[in-house]
Design a binder for this molecule. Structure first.
Ligand code: NDP
Length: 342
C-alpha cells in the first residue's frame, strides 16, 4: 500500500458529494475513482468533484484503490462489501450496513477473514457533543444513568425525497435511515448495549405504500436504563436533542442529532448548571481520520462493523415490534442468512 490511501467511491451519492469526498481529502486520502450504475452520470459526477476516473465496473474500481467508501442505496451494501473485502480492500460502509442482521453479520465475518478494516459511517459518534456526554457519564457526573431521550424528528430535505420514501427494496423508511443512528449514539454515549425494543411507526403521507415516515419507541439497555426515541421525516419545526438523566444529574444536548458540528450540552446537577466544552471538529473528517488510522494499524474506526450490526439489530427489532405489537429482543448475533461465505 502507498502512504497516501487511494480511495474508490462506490456510489455517486449525495452524502459523498456533500461531506465525504472533502473528508477523505482532509484526511490526506486521494479519491481516485467513482463507480456509478450509469456511465454518463458517473462521468459528470467525477468531473464535478475532481475525481480522475469514473467506471460502471466494481472490479475495475477495486483494481485501482486501497480502500472503498460505499454509499449506494442500502440493498447494495451487502454484495459490494463482500466483493471489496474479498479483493483485499478496506471498507468504510454507510449505515444501515445491510437490510438484515444476518447479512451484516456475514459482512463483518468476511472482512475479518480477509484481514481488512470494516467501518460503519455512524457520524454522530464523532460529534463533540456526544463525546462530551460520554465522557461526563464515564466520569460519574450524573451518577447512575436511568433514562435517555433522543429527539431526531426532522424534515427530510426535498433533494433526498427519493428512494427513502418510496422503495422498500432499497431499505426505505425512517427506521433504517434514522433509528439506526439513535441506536448507535445511545450505545456510544452510554457505553451500554440494548436488550429489547418496543416501537410504533407512522405513515403520515410523505412516504408511499407501507414505508414509515415517523417512529417512536423505547429501548431497554443491559444496565436497566430506558431510552425513548422519536424519529421522523415530516417535522419541519422540531429541534433535535439527546438527553441522559441520572441519579445525580442530567445531560441536555440540544441541536446535536445533525451532520454539522453544532449543538450544546448542558449539565444540570444539585450544584447548578454548566455548559460542557465542545470540540467542533467536522464529524465526517473525524470519521475518515479514525478509519485511516485503523488501516495504518492504529486503533479501530470510530464505529466498527460490529457497531453497524448492533444498530441494525435495534432497527430490525423496532420494525418487528411495530409490525407485531410486541416487545422484541435485540439479537446482534443471529446469522439469518442461508448463504455460505466463500
Ligand atoms: P443518494 O440517493 O444521493 O445516492 C444513492 C444512489 O442513488 C447513488 O449511488 C446513485 O447511484 C443514485 N443517485 C444519486 N443521485 C442520483 C440522481 N440525481 N439521478 C439518478 N441516480 C442518482 O443517497 P444518499 O447520499 O442520500 O445516501 C446514500 C447512502 O448513504 C445510504 O446508505 C444512506 O443511508 C447513507 N447516508 C448516510 C448519512 C450519514 O450521515 N452517515 C447521511 C446520508 C446518507 P449510482 O451510484 O449508480 O450513480
Amino acid at each position: 500500500m502507498t502512504s497516501t490511501l487511494r480511495w474508490g467511491l462506490i456510489g455517486a451519492s449525495t452524502i459523498a458529494r456533500e461531506w465525504m469526498i472533502g473528508a477523505i481529502r482532509s484526511a490526506g486520502g486521494d479519491v481516485v475513482s467513482v463507480m456509478s450504475g450509469d456511465q454518463e452520470r458517473g462521468a459528470a459526477y467525477a468531473e464535478a468533484n475532481r475525481i480522475p476516473h469514473a467506471t460502471t465496473s466494481l472490479d475495475a474500481l477495486l483494481g485501482e484503490v486501497d480502500a472503498v467508501y460505499i454509499s449506494t442505496t442500502n440493498e447494495l451494501h451487502y454484495d459490494q462489501v463482500l466483493r471489496s473485502a474479498r479483493a483485499g480492500r478496506h471498507v468504510l460502509c454507510e449505515k444501515p450496513l445491510a437490510l438484515t442482521v444476518g447479512e451484516a453479520r456475514e459482512m463483518v465475518d468476511v472482512c475479518r477473514a480477509a484481514g481488512v478494516v470494516l467501518g460503519t459511517n455512524h457520524h454522530l459518534r464523532n460529534a463533540g457533543t456526544h463525546r462530551a456526554m460520554r465522557e461526563a457519564i464515564a466520569a460519574g457526573r450524573i451518577g447512575c444513568p436511568l433514562f435517555a431521550r433522543v429527539f431526531h424528528a426532522v424534515c427530510l430535505p426535498a433533494h433526498l425525497q427519493g428512494w427513502r420514501l418510496t422503495n422498500p427494496g432499497a431499505g426505505a423508511g425512517v427506521v433504517l435511515d434514522i433509528t439506526v443512528h439513535d441506536a448507535d449514539t445511545l450505545r456510544f454515549v452510554l457505553a451500554d448495549d440494548p436488550v429489547e425494543v418496543t416501537a410504533l411507526t407512522q405513515s403520515a403521507g410523505l412516504s408511499q405504500g407501507d414505508v414509515e415516515d415517523g417512529a417512536m419507541g423505547a429501548i431497554r439497555f443491559k444496565s436497566g436504563l430506558l431510552a425513548q426515541f422519536h424519529d421522523a421525516f415530516t417535522t419541519a419545526h422540531a429541534k433535535t436533542g439527546f438527553e441522559v438523566h441520572g441519579t445525580e444529574g442530567s445531560l441536555i444536548g440540544t441541536d446535536c442529532m445533525t451532520q454539522r458540528a453544532v449543538g450544546d450540552v448542558l449539565l444540570r446537577t444539585a450544584s447548578g448548571e454548566e455548559l460542557l466544552p465542545i470540540d467542533r471538529t467536522n464529524l465526517y473528517e473525524r470519521s475518515v481520520a479514525r478509519f485511516t488510522a485503523a488501516v495504518a494499524g492504529d486503533g479501530d474506526p470510530a464505529a466498527t462493523g460490529e457497531d453497524g450490526v448492533w444498530s441494525l439489530a435495534v432497527a430490525e427489532a423496532a420494525l418487528k415490534s411495530a409490525r407485531t405489537s410486541r416487545v422484541i429482543t435485540v439479537d446482534p448475533v443471529q446469522s439469518a442468512s442461508p448463504k455460505v461465505s466463500q
